[in-house]
Design a protein around this ligand. Sequence first.
Ligand SMILES: CC(C)(COP(=O)(O)OP(=O)(O)OC[C@H]1O[C@@H](n2cnc3c(N)ncnc32)[C@H](O)[C@@H]1OP(=O)(O)O)[C@@H](O)C(=O)NCCC(=O)NCCS
Length: 383
Amino acid sequence: MARYAHIVGWGKYLPERVLTNGELEKLVNTSDDWIQTRTGILQRHIADPKETTSALAVKAGRQALQVAGLSPRRLELIIVATISPDHIFPATACWVQDALGASHAVAFDLNAGCSGFVYALDVARHLIVAGAYKNVLVVGAEVMSRFLDWEDRSTCVLFGDGAGAVVLAASNAPGGVLACSLGADGSGGNMLLIPAGGSRLPANEETLARRQHFVKMNGREVYRFATHILPRSTREVLGKAGLELEDVELLIPHQANQRITLSAAKSLGFGEERVFSNVSRYGNTSAASIPIALCEAIEEGKVKPGDHIVLVGFGAGLTWGAALLQWSEVPLRAKPSPARRTLARLIYPWANLRSGLLRLYRRLDAIWCALVKRLAQLIGKAR
Ligand SMILES: CC(C)(COP(=O)(O)OP(=O)(O)OC[C@H]1O[C@@H](n2cnc3c(N)ncnc32)[C@H](O)[C@@H]1OP(=O)(O)O)[C@@H](O)C(=O)NCCC(=O)NCCS
């Protein structure tokens, strides 16, 4: 049985459309100056009306699989952390499973607010270490823009859309996800929520008129919670692994607000060079923010083999969580042969075709069953 879960692939996707603070000035009573000084955000990416959360997740997931050199058919589990799913059900992870052609993978969503990716990483790690699965895709994906009230300046300036993904693989080599520390306090559930559209307050004309299908937030309270929980959670996860703050090369906090990040860094005694930040370009992409940031930190060469990295998040629930990684050298893969490259190019068109054929089969099967039933009835009558 493998004792460790290593990150062997990573990917991200940000929709093309960029929405600047200047453009927001025309939508609501705000200013570029207010947004920059209070949050550090300069712009965010917004999904095209046809782009869904699963579509973003698939793009990030494909990249992660490519880096890992892994065929989707070898995935055994897909977890999508999201608070902006395609539907209440089925799980967004099932759409992702279908689009990737990951026909042997179990798939489910995980909702832990903006801490969702760290929660999902911990679940995946435990399932790998327990021997249940060897290759797992963990995605954080959000289309927050569909759930924002574009008339509410206190929330719409903060969030953005995007997706980040990692492939976790079983290994006996020490390293990978070394420890996680998670927490929740449901008494703070009303601090950050979408009040209507669930079983507590089903959709009706009144909820629509009251704009209760959009994100509502007590910003000041969430701010207080965040600045207190990020340092605590970081210390807790290090304590679990018997490490000190000095042992950490890079802290990747949930990207919600640059002031929150700086406050946490100050309380931990981390200089800016040890704290990753990209909130200025993407805003708060909720469960996608940590995997997007991790992906960029790797691409920018800020993560080296042997480094200890802490991912730490907080969010709706209230929830929080930190994961301690020891980065490992991803083994150099042999260059794929031309035949393999051709096969790889066919994977996703084939997944699409397979999905279509399965749908067609289900329809024909239903027609066939109805015919057989009718025939049996006619024979019964004739007798
Ligand atoms: C939302 C947040 C940026 C607000 O910053 P703040 O410094 O706390 O600002 P306040 O809430 O004290 O509001 C100050 C004023 O700015 C106003 N304001 C709010 N949003 C504004 C905007 N976009 N543009 C201009 N003014 C705005 C408020 O109405 C308030 O005006 P008032 O004093 O006349 O009532 C900050 O509280 C925050 O980041 N909270 C955490 C949010 C978060 O991380 N959420 C996601 C969790 S995963």
